[in-house]
Design a protein around this ligand. Sequence first.
Ligand SMILES: NC(=O)c1ccc[n+]([C@@H]2O[C@H](COP(=O)([O-])OP(=O)(O)OC[C@H]3O[C@@H](n4cnc5c(N)ncnc54)[C@H](OP(=O)(O)O)[C@@H]3O)[C@@H](O)[C@H]2O)c1
Length: 344
Amino acid sequence: MAHPSPLSAQVPQRRLRDGSTIPGIGMGTFGSDRYGPAEVSAAVAGALRVGYRLIDCAAVYGNEDSIGEVLADAFAGGLPRDEVYVMSKVWNDSHAPVETVASVERSLRDLRLDHLDAVFVHWPFPNHHAPHAGTDARDPHARPYSHDAYMQTWGALEGLVERGLVRHLGSSNTTIPKLRLLLRDAHVLPSLNEMELHPTFQQGELFQVCLENHVQPVGYSPLGSPSRPERDRTPDDVVDTEHPAIQDAARRLGVHPALVCLKWAVARGQIPIPFAVKPEQYTANLHAVTEGPLLPAELEAIRSAERNSRLIKGQVFLWEGASSWLDLWDVDGTIPAWPERATT
Ligand SMILES: NC(=O)c1ccc[n+]([C@@H]2O[C@H](COP(=O)([O-])OP(=O)(O)OC[C@H]3O[C@@H](n4cnc5c(N)ncnc54)[C@H](OP(=O)(O)O)[C@@H]3O)[C@@H](O)[C@H]2O)c1
């Protein structure tokens, strides 16, 4: 089927460090343990038809094979490959360099691509959990961040860039100290950083460090991830779409509050990657960034909606001896080490 989409031409573009461009909104593909590969890939097919040109994939989402069929059909139907920006991620169980290469090669095979536009290291830790894990699940081999180990993973990805299999590299779920180390030591610098970003969790300082270093922020869970897995829910979590600043703007524009979150995201300069399997949702999400911008006063009110409300806390990646999920996020500006090694 042909993919004529004047809407894709209206989507704002962001410029990356090498001068190339990337669409200013993308489609998420994590089914949140709720939506299977058939539903997600059908949504990707629909999203391409309505004009999305950026797809955020990951090996661990378990649906790259189905999405690959959709991409192959779309390209066979006349959609130029170079008009679609496809990203994937290396999961935490594939940080050993040989596994990193194998993971990206598997993603390329599954997605039926000869190159990926960007690849992220999904989390900075090799700690992982089984699919559908509960909140209390822990990897017995989990350990704190090791910069040497991370750079080995990154080095394997740099090799894939040299081979022409990957165009850009990105960090994900990182922090200012970890990103600074990466910027210091990488040969191929990160072009993108995928981070949780929504009105009540704006990560202002990390966002600024990204911009100052030509690292484009990609905002995940841009609607506040209302359908996230149970393991990522706590009673104190704030609901973005219920915030008065979001609701006021939604009322003025006559749209769902989710769309206000996206308008704010694009106006601020991050690339939101909302997930939706419902055609009316993903269509509205794309239109949100091409129509009816927010007023300066509304943007200012949303800037004040910040509540430091991290939703994807990462508890399941904690190591023995860690005190809380805050240890994953270097909240005092330092990167925790093993307790017994902290003084050496
Ligand atoms: N790098 C990482 O570690 C990481 C972590 C998390 C997510 N991500 C990426 O970010 C993407 C998006 O994050 P997310 O799925 O957590 O959260 P999200 O995009 O904030 O929320 C998605 C949910 O919002 C609802 N929704 C979507 N459009 C809507 C609309 N127009 N009106 C009302 N409700 C709407 C849908 O819920 P219902 O289906 O219930 O209607 C949908 O499942 C993921 O798919 C993934 O690609 C990356």
